[in-house]
Ligand binder design. Structure first.
Ligand code: PMP
Ligand code: GLN
Length: 391
């Protein structure tokens, strides 16, 4: 037995909550509404394209930036939806999911001593990626229950050491969105600075018409002042119901993308080739697929809400993403992590505690709120609803 002791570079980090809760769901036989993934199949036409490309020879390394046809489809989409022009050769890179895009953007830019501002609740990969690269995460709060950015607080947190701001709209876990006014304020605030922006927009195609942006996604790519300092990240896993494929992309202006690719080539080199070809074909043949996604997921959200009517769980506003926050204070005063474990073991429905997105706040002080994923079939939501209404 080795006596070697390795001082951890991530001393405060354990196993990610998504793995912990999915594992507990599977051990206990609970309905898994914790980790975000659909329990239905992707489009058969997309799967057919994978089979096609596996047999047509796309089995060796793809080119470094990603399959050209896929980069073209991405650039076309971003131009059509957000009026933003990205050069296919130099400003679009296909990544191994959004997670790798986020990590790579941070690794390419953040140096020891740099500060990176995050809005908490923040997706759990951001802070460890910053710390692994020697940076310091600085947290701005998105306060419960509105989860809105506070620009006075953001302005106060900016310092000469701020290298980057990471934002996530639509927001996992709260399903809120940045408005056009929010983006304009960020643009104005950053104009006199050299601060970079990393914009995690993986839920860009899941924004509901009853929210403040009336279904419109405010990408940072829409504003020239933000576009020129931003890495914009998205994920095919979310949009095409294929989270297991781990394919996403990053957009950035030429000079930033050149640095991104220097890191990308040694972090992952290139991404799964046949899947990229299949996605390119599918995007070209079915460009309307993403346009129909909001109506599809709005219906899933409403199906979950119908199931929860008459329960003691209170639904919070959800304008986007495939996550619904629930206030459980009428049922229990347990802190959210303990409640999520109790809910999984005793009620048979697995959920995610929101404090997992909030590394700086004492979990005992966080609101009594958990997150459910509604990217599920009717049968799953009905079965979960029966269990939750008994509480
Ligand atoms: N960012 C956010 C906000 C997410 O919810 C996820 C979820 N998976 C990711 C990034 C990572 O996406 P991917 O699976 O494509 O790495
Ligand atoms: N993004 C997904 C979620 O929030 C999970 C991704 C993961 O398991 N790392 O549930």
């Amino acid at each position: 037995m080795s006596s070697l002791v390795l001082p951890s570079r991530l001393p405060r980090v354990g196993t990610t909550i998504f793995t912990v809760m999915s594992r507990l769901a599977s051990e206990t036989g609970a309905i898994n509404l914790s980790q975000g993934f659909p329990d239905f199949s992707p489009a058969p036409q997309l799967l057919e394209r994978v089979t096609h490309h596996l047999h047509a020879g796309a089995n060796q390394y793809a080119v470094l930036a990603g399959v050209l046809a896929l980069r073209e489809a991405i650039a076309e989409k971003v131009g059509r939806l957000y009026g933003a022009s990205y050069d296919v050769g130099e400003e679009v890179t296909v990544t191994a999911g959004a997670t790798q895009a986020i990590y790579t953007a941070i690794a390419a830019c953040v140096r020891p001593g740099d500060e990176v501002i995050l809005f908490s609740p923040a997706y759990d990969s951001y802070a460890p990626a910053i710390e692994l690269n020697g940076g310091t995460p600085v947290f701005a709060r998105l306060g419960h229950p509105d989860y809105r950015p506070d620009f006075a607080q953001l302005a106060a947190l900016l310092s000469p050491r701020t290298r980057m701001i990471v934002l996530n709209t639509p927001l996992n876990p709260a399903g809120t969105v940045w408005t056009a006014e929010d983006m304009a304020r960020l643009d104005e605030l950053l104009r006199p600075t050299d601060v970079l922006v990393l914009s995690d927009e993986v839920y860009e195609h899941m924004i509901y018409t009853d929210g403040p942006s009336a279904g419109r996604h405010e990408s940072v790519a829409r504003l020239p002042g933000l576009r020129e300092r931003a890495f914009v990240v998205s994920s095919f896993g979310k949009t095409y119901h294929v989270t297991g494929w781990k394919i996403g992309y990053c957009l950035a202006p030429r000079a930033l993308m050149a640095e991104f690719r220097k890191a990308h080539q040694f972090i992952v080199f290139v991404v799964n080739h046949p899947m990229q070809c299949a996605l390119a074909d599918f995007m070209q043949r079915y460009p309307e697929f993403a346009d129909e996604l909001p109506a599809f997921y709005q219906q899933r959200r409403d199906a979950l809400r119908t199931q929860l009517a008459g329960s003691r769980l209170r639904v919070l506003p959800c304008h986007a993403t495939y996550f619904q926050l629930l206030d459980y204070s009428a049922i229990s005063d347990l802190p959210d992590t303990e409640f999520a474990v109790w809910l999984t073991k005793e009620a048979g429905v697995a959920a995610i505690p929101v404090s997992a997105f909030d590394p700086v706040v004492d979990p005992a002080q966080t609101p009594r709120v958990v997150r459910l994923c509604f990217a599920k079939t009717d049968a799953t939501l009905v079965a979960a609803g029966e269990r939750l209404r008994r509480l």
